[in-house]
Design a protein around this ligand. Structure first.
Ligand SMILES: [Zn+2]
Length: 461
C-alpha cells in the first residue's frame, strides 16, 4: 500500500526548478521530503533534533551512499540561518540541493564527480524559531537569537574561555539547537564545513577567540592551520562575484581579498566555527554572503548566481591534503590513534575515527607526520602532498603501526608515553559534554516523520 502511494507521489511530483523566494519552515521541510522521495538513491533526510519550539532541524545528505559513511569518502556540511534573520543562506542551500540533484539526473560532470567523491550534508536552517520571529530589515537583529533569546553563535563550549578558567555551561543549559549540532558532530566525522550568515560580505576563519596567548599575532588569533584556513577563505571570496573586492558593504570592512581572521574582525566567545575546529577536527568557515541580512526577493536570482561557483569550489577543497587509515601490526584499523603534522600543534590533536580513518587538509608540500597509539612504536613518515581537488581526492596514505613487544615494554615507558600524549591536551580538550544517545534517536524520529510526510503528501497531491 505505502509503496503504491510512494510511486503515485513520485509520478505526480513536478520537477520544475525551485522558485526564487523565501520558503517558510514548513515549505522547506516539504521540499526536502519531496527531493528525498524522488531521489532516494542519492539523498537521505534526517533530523539532528528539535529546536526549542519543537521544529525539527532537517538535514539532507547527498552522495552515492547517502545513508552512511563510506571509508575514504569525506563528510562535508553546510549550515545556514543560525541567526534567524540572516536568511540568504537558506535560499542558497535549497538552490544548491536543487542544482546538485538536477545536475546528477542530467549526468552533468560537476555534480556526478562531487557526489561520487563526497558526502554532503545540508542543514538549511539551524534556527527555524528565530526565522519565524524575524522581520525583513537589512541591518537590525529581530529574530537573530533562538526562541529563548540566546545567540546560538555564542552558546558553544569555548576552548579559550576554558583556558581562562571560566566555568563552562552545563550541557543542560545549552540551547537545544546547539546540543543538536554537538550531537551531530559526534555522529559523523566531518572534515570541512561552512556556516552561512548575512550582514557583511567576507569569508571569516578561526580563531574567533583568544586568551591572549601565543596564538595572538598582530591582532589576529592564529590557529596552527592558518595557511589552510586562509586558502579556504580565499577560495570562497575569489570564486564569488564581488566578495574578493573586500569593501562591498557600507557597514563593514574593508577586508583585504574578502577574507578575515575571525578574532581580527571582532572577538566572540562560544562560536560554532572554533568549536568545530578545536573539538571536532572539522575545519569550518563563517561565510557572510550578503550585505543585507534579509535581501528583497527580486535580488535572489542574482545573489544565487554570485555565490554558486564559490559554494561548489569550497566543497571541492575537502579533497586537499592526505587521507587514509591507521592499522596495527595485525592489519586491524586503530581508533583514536593520534595523527599529527610537524609544526601544527592542534589544541586537541587529530585522532582516527572508529574506522581508523584520518583526514588532514593541507596545502601542497612536504610534511612530516607522526602517528602515536599506546602500546605501539611512534611512527614518523614524510609525505609529499599534491593538490587533491583536481583529482576529487586527497592523497591516500595508510599508516602501519608496529606493536611494542610485551617483553620490551616497561610500565614506566608506557606511562611516559601516555603522559606525553596527555600533555598535548590542554584542559579544554578534556572537557566533554554528557550527551545522551539523542543523536541517533532523533535520526530515527526524523526518518519516521519524513516517511509519514511522504505518505501524507501523496494523499493530498
Ligand atoms: Zn550571523
Amino acid at each position: 500500500m505505502s509503496s503504491l502511494l510512494l510511486f503515485l507521489f513520485l509520478f505526480l511530483t513536478p520537477s520544475s526548478p525551485l522558485e526564487f523566494r523565501y520558503h517558510n519552515n514548513r515549505e522547506i521541510q516539504q521540499y526536502l521530503v519531496e527531493i528525498n522521495a524522488s531521489n532516494p538513491d542519492i539523498s537521505h533526510l534526517y533530523s539532528i533534533g528539535p529546536s526549542v519550539r519543537g521544529q525539527e532541524l532537517w538535514v539532507l545528505a547527498l552522495g552515492l551512499s547517502p545513508h552512511r559513511h563510506t571509508v575514504g569518502i569525506p563528510e562535508f556540511k553546510y549550515v545556514a540561518n543560525m541567526h534567524g534573520n540572516e536568511v540568504l543562506g537558506r535560499v542558497l542551500l535549497l538552490q544548491l540541493i536543487d542544482d546538485f540533484v538536477r545536475g546528477y539526473r542530467n549526468n552533468e560532470d560537476w555534480s556526478v564527480k562531487l557526489l561520487n567523491s563526497t558526502r554532503i550534508h545540508i542543514l538549511p536552517t539551524m534556527n527555524p524559531d528565530g526565522f519565524d520571529e524575524s522581520d525583513t530589515n537589512c541591518l537590525f537583529s529581530q529574530g537573530r537569537a533562538n526562541y529563548n533569546g540566546v545567540d546560538l553563535n555564542r552558546n558553544f563550549p569555548d576552548a579559550f574561555a576554558g583556558l581562562r578558567k571560566q566555568p563552562q555551561l552545563e550541557e543542560s543549559r545549552r540551547e537545544a539547537e546547539v546540543r543538536a549540532v554537538i550531537g551531530w558532530l559526534r555522529m559523523e566525522s566531518f572534515v570541512l564545513s561552512a556556516n552561512l550568515h548575512g550582514g557583511a560580505l567576507v569569508a571569516s576563519y578561526p580563531y574567533d577567540n583568544s586568551n591572549g596567548g601565543s596564538e595572538l599575532v598582530g591582532g589576529a588569533s592564529v590557529s596552527p592551520d592558518d595557511d589552510v584556513f586562509n586558502h579556504l577563505a580565499k577560495v570562497y571570496s575569489h570564486n564569488h562575484a564581488s566578495m574578493h573586492h573586500g569593501e562591498q558593504c557600507r557597514d563593514s570592512g574593508p577586508f583585504p581579498e574578502g577574507v578575515t581572521n575571525g578574532y581580527l574582525w571582532y572577538a566572540i566567545s562560544g562560536g560554532m566555527q572554533d568549536y568545530n575546529y578545536v573539538w571536532a577536527q572539522c575545519l569550518e568557515l563563517t561565510l557572510e554572503v550578503s550585505c543585507c541580512k534579509f535581501p528583497p526577493e527580486n535580488q535572489l536570482p542574482a545573489l544565487w548566481t554570485e555565490n554558486r561557483k564559490s559554494l561548489l569550489a569550497f566543497i571541492m577543497q575537502i579533497h586537499l591534503g592526505v587521507k587514509g587509515r591507521v592499522f596495527d601490526g595485525s592489519g586491524v584499523p586503530v581508533q583514536n590513534a593520534v595523527v599529527e603534522v610537524k609544526g601544527r600543534s592542534n589544541m586537541c590533536p587529530f585522532r582516527t575515527d572508529k574506522h581508523g580513518e584520518y583526514y588532514r587538509l593541507l596545502l601542497p608540500g612536504e610534511y612530516v607526520f607522526t602517528v602515536t597509539h599506546p602500546g605501539h612504536k611512534v611512527l614518523t613518515e614524510t609525505l609529499n602532498v599534491p593538490h587533491g581537488p583536481d583529482q576529487y581526492s586527497a592523497m591516500k596514505h595508510d599508516f602501519m603501526l608496529r606493536q611494542i613487544p610485551a617483553t620490551t615494554v616497561s610500565p614506566q615507558a608506557n606511562l611516559t608515553k601516555a603522559n606525553s600524549t596527555e600533555a598535548n591536551l590542554t584542559p579544554s580538550c578534556n572537557y566533554t559534554l554528557n550527551l545522551d544517545a539523542g543523536a541517533s534517536r532523533s535520526s530515527w524520529t526524523g526518518l519516521c516523520v519524513s516517511l509519514g510526510l511522504v505518505v501524507l503528501l501523496s494523499l493530498v497531491s
